[in-house]
Design a protein around this ligand. Structure first.
Ligand SMILES: Cc1cc2nc3c(=O)[nH]c(=O)nc-3n(C[C@H](O)[C@H](O)[C@H](O)COP(=O)(O)OP(=O)(O)OC[C@H]3O[C@@H](n4cnc5c(N)ncnc54)[C@H](O)[C@@H]3O)c2cc1C
Length: 564
């Protein structure tokens, strides 16, 4: 059986940064990834990464902005770790060769991002994720880390003592199913954007690691907090970076009026994302949008600035909306972007399942609470890739031997595949079922949430699960059978959709990205706590529990009204 000290699932920024710590600790580390590492969704990140590297700024100020941005539900210990580490990890990436954009003086350029009191977002034009990913990949190639490329995990495996002992992987190239045994498993599988029909996320963002970890006994934290980015392109949902507003872009409605003054008089377009998304949605609902969109206006920036700082955005607008931002405003709307929730961990990334760890968007450490600040996710991946990678490496170094791996886990996966492959050629297509669920999620578990319509969505989940038993595959081959992969991913997406919906119905307040029309105010007395979603095998559904926020008793972090 293939065995390693540490199995990292996911080769995005968090997985690769964690692997580097494993290499440094001289443990045997392997990465499993369903797509080529350089295609990991981190490569789509455009706008930048936050770090207080300017002497006029401070990590404490960054931490304050993050606590406030989280709407006072982020864990303060983890937030302080992230913000204090930020300058160190960004300067380390710079030394490794990341080609950051520069100021005239030669120092790393920084731009304004929403919810921040200082222009602290370091960037490389509008392709920051891509350059960071390439830099880490170079380091890993150099170190010779074992990478199981185009291998998708179908199961996180635990033993009788509920201790994580490895994964069952499916080789997409050959159709082989094989176990990988490890002293610890670190889940870095990114977000679940495909739960929603309109998303800035790639098709690979199916939250596999979250759902499989929940089935293995981990809790998922704060799943109801789903970030809608204010500027997804109207038609495709593809992202226009917040950096476009950071460079001076403004939002206008169909009447040509700049409207953010009504909603966030001081920060305007650079208020935090939940605030801007709600403002846009209100304009659209009150009839001041056009075709379900409002507009991002960059014209006043001038051709030179747009070509220099936002070249990719210009191309996307031309190719996908048919407008050149040098001459015309871009139609945009709030679009699913980021998952604040994920595998619930302590401040070092360890879940409640012994031997199971998580970092990056798959995890809920929780540094983003109810609303993530732009530029803080890339930072989360690099900081907690490093911190968790170091902690888990120390953990496996102390584990003397590998534990037994139950062979039944491999059989279970093989049986699932055989069942899907063996179904009659008639029935439901996985994509049709997904579209039905994801459309409901978009319509009713979106920017504004109403109890009745949310309940209607929740009531459909038993039906979604029944329908899942009727899906059929057109492709029965063993090589690059995307049909099979989509079917496996669909079960994960249904699990996650249920977690989000249940959490949203239960949370009777408005906080950060969770906005209830019937409970418009934040309720700290009752709801300043984390939601935990747990899989109940007997009921065949998700059940909720709660735990307190990790606070530090710092006066500055006490909850206040959040105004921008
Ligand atoms: C369009 C866009 C722009 C963004 N811009 C910014 C920005 O400017 N600043 C910022 O801070 N944040 C930004 N974000 C958010 C940020 O990019 C992501 O949150 C972050 O990069 C996620 O990194 P990750 O390492 O957690 O996961 P990912 O980079 O998504 O990697 C996931 C990895 O897991 C693997 N995987 C998944 N499932 C399986 C499985 N079952 N088996 C094996 N492997 C699996 C994949 O192959 C992949 O390698 C942006 C997000 C989007 C969508």
């Amino acid at each position: 059986m293939k065995s390693h000290d540490l199995i990292i699932v996911g080769a995005g920024l968090s997985g690769m940064r964690a692997a580097l710590e494993g290499v440094r600790a001289k443990i045997d580390v392997a990465i499993v990834t369903k797509i080529h590492p350089l295609r990991s969704h981190s490569c789509a990140a455009q706008g930048g990464i936050n770090a207080a590297i300017d002497p006029r700024d401070s990590w404490e100020s960054h931490a304050f902005d993050t606590v406030k941005g989280s709407d006072y539900i982020g864990d303060e210990d983890a937030i302080r770790i992230m913000c204090e580490e930020a300058p160190k990890v960004v300067l380390e990436m710079d030394r490794m060769g990341t080609p950051f954009s520069r100021q005239e003086t030669g120092t790393i350029a920084q731009r304004a991002f929403g919810g921040a009191n200082f222009d602290r977002t370091c960037y490389s034009a509008d392709r920051t994720g891509q350059v960071l990913l390439h830099t880490l990949w170079e380091q890993l190639v150099k170190s010779g880390v074992k990478v199981y490329e185009e291998c998708q995990i179908f199961k996180v495996v635990t033993d009788k003592e509920k201790h994580a002992v490895g994964v069952v992987a499916y080789d997409i190239k050959t159709g082989d199913v094989f176990p990988i045994r490890g002293k610890a498993v670190l889940i870095c599988t990114g977000g679940y954007g495909r739960v929603y029909v309109s998303s800035t996320n790639a098709t690979s963002c199916t939250g596999d690691g979250m759902a499989l970890s929940m089935r293995a006994g981990a809790a998922l934290g704060d799943m109801e907090f789903v970030q809608f980015h204010p500027t997804g392109l109207r038609t495709s949902g593809i992202l226009v970076t917040e950096g476009a507003r950071g460079e001076g872009g403004i939002l206008i409605n169909a009447n040509g009026e700049r409207f953010m003054g009504k909603y966030a008089p001081s920060k305007l377009e650079l208020a935090s994302r939940d605030v801007v998304s709600r403002a846009e949605q209100t304009e659209i609902l009150e009839g001041r949008g056009r075709d379900g969109a409002i507009f991002l206006d960059l014209r006043h920036l001038g051709a030179q600035k747009i070509l220099e700082r936002l070249p990719q955005i210009r191309e996307l607008a031309i190719d996908l909306e048919g407008v050149d931002p040098i001459n015309d405003p871009i139609p945009v709307r709030p679009t699913l972007h980021y998952s604040m929730g994920g595998i619930r961990t302590d401040k070092y990334g360890e879940s409640k399942v012994k031997g199971l760890w998580s970092a990056g968007e798959a995890a809920c450490v929780s540094v983003h609470g109810a609303n993530r600040l732009g530029g803080n996710s890339l930072l989360d991946t690099i900081v907690f890739g490093k911190v968790t990678g170091k902690q888990v490496s120390e953990y496996v170094a102390k584990e003397k031997s590998l534990r037994d791996f139950p062979e039944s886990a491999v059989k279970e996966v093989k049986d699932t595949i055989a069942d899907l492959m063996g179904r009659p050629d008639k029935g439901l297509r996985p994509s049709d079922l997904l579209k039905r669920m994801a459309t409901e999620m978009n319509l009713y578990i979106g920017v504004f949430r109403e109890p009745k319509t949310m309940q209607k969505v929740l009531d459909q989940f038993p039906g979604f699960r029944e329908d899942y038993k009727r899906i059929h595959l057109d492709d029965k081959s063993t090589t690059f059978n995307v049909d099979l992969l989509r079917a496996i991913e669909l079960r994960n997406l249904i699990d996650l959709g249920e977690c989000i919906t249940r959490g949203a119905i239960a949370r009777e307040e408005s906080r950060g990205a969770h906005s209830r029309v019937d409970f418009p105010k934040r309720d700290d007395a009752k709801w300043r706590k984390h939601t935990l979603a747990n899989w109940n095998e007997d009921k065949g559904e998700v059940v909720l529990s709660y735990e307190p926020v990790r606070t530090l008793g710092i006066k500055e972090y006490e909850p206040k009204e959040r105004v921008y």
